[in-house]
Ligand binder design. Structure first.
Ligand SMILES: Cc1cc2nc3c(=O)[nH]c(=O)nc-3n(C[C@H](O)[C@H](O)[C@H](O)COP(=O)(O)O)c2cc1C
Ligand code: SF4
Ligand code: SF4
Length: 261
């Protein structure tokens, strides 16, 4: 059965989940959401996965936009795979609602714990804790693939429901609109050596270089790729990220993130 797994990723967690699921399912390919929005869909797939990081207890804006335009063949099995540092909020439910308006049924929503990457609030967790989560992710992939292969309906993993619903209502509905202009809150320090990587790695081309240094536009997704991958740690967000340990998935290279565009 032909499988297409669409993904969006800033620091590699969702890319690894998409890639591992594709390997487990066979006859599957992974397709970056950022590029699909420009080049179009694989409408022949029997199984369609959408893999993304949870943002503010909901969907990244680019993923919501993607779902609003998604095309699948009639009868395709559609599932979501969310990677998250703590709680999924109502990301799968929001995906289900968007898809329902397009006449597409979301069969299952899987949540997978991974290291958090939101450096404005916290730094990367210690190595041993990261490795424990990576081992858990590899096991989860096998379970998820078993369910998907059988095209089983499965619940959307958003437990405990009351707290996820509350956080979604309090944070997502107000917070998500603040994300695109958040580019204004990034800054570059004197440590920048004008390597140009940040401009290339931004999945949505929100960075321009001026005199070799980054300038942020106003359609940011807050994926943190620029801040996390800068080799000089020269990118900061507001006043909170200086000196905080950065996070990137160890199986992922900057080149792999760049290829989303
Ligand atoms: C803007 C932003 C908001 C986030 N919000 C949440 C959240 O609400 N709940 C959560 O568990 N993790 C949250 N995270 C952490 C990411 O979902 C998590 O680290 C994810 O695995 C990152 O995936 P990626 O490496 O594919 O980009 C957030 C990260 C970012 C950058
Ligand atoms: S990635 Fe870092 S060092 Fe390279 S241009 Fe961007 S800010 Fe400067
Ligand atoms: S500017 Fe940085 S945080 Fe915003 S979308 Fe681009 S890489 Fe992600």
């Amino acid at each position: 059965m032909k499988t297409a797994i669409y993904y969006f990723s800033g620091t590699g967690n969702s890319l690894v989940l998409a890639r591992d699921l594709a390997a487990q399912l066979g006859d599957a390919r992974i397709i970056p959401i950022a590029r699909t929005l420009i080049s179009g869909w694989d409408e022949q797939a029997d199984i369609v996965g959408i893999v993304f990081p949870v943002y503010m207890f909901g969907l990244p804006l680019i993923v919501a936009d993607f779902l609003k335009a998604l095309k699948v063949k009639p009868g395709a099995y559609v599932f979501t795979g969310a990677t998250l540092g703590g709680l999924p909020g109502r990301a799968h439910t929001l995906a289900r609602q968007i898809l329902k308006r397009r006449g597409i049924t979301l069969a299952a929503g899987f949540s997978v714990r991974m290291p958090g990457n939101y450096t404005p609030l916290y730094e990367a967790i210690p190595q041993d804790q990261q490795e424990k989560l990576f081992r858990g992710q590899k096991e989860r992939v096998k379970e998820i693939a078993r369910i998907v292969e059988q095209r089983k309906g499965a619940c959307r993993e958003e437990k405990p429901l009351w707290i996820n619903s509350l956080l979604y209502a309090l944070v997502y509905k107000i917070g998500i609109a603040q994300i695109p202009p958040a580019g204004k809150d990034f800054r570059v320090t004197a440590a920048c050596n004008k390597c140009g990587l940040c401009e290339k790695i931004c999945p949505v081309a929100n960075i321009h270089l001026r005199d070799g240094k980054p300038v942020w536009l106003r359609h940011c997704q807050q994926c943190m790729a620029c801040l996390q991958w800068c080799p000089q740690e020269a990118i900061q967000y507001k006043q909170s990220t200086q000196g905080r340990k950065r996070y990137r998935h160890p199986e992922v290279t900057a080149q792999m993130i760049m290829e989303q565009r």
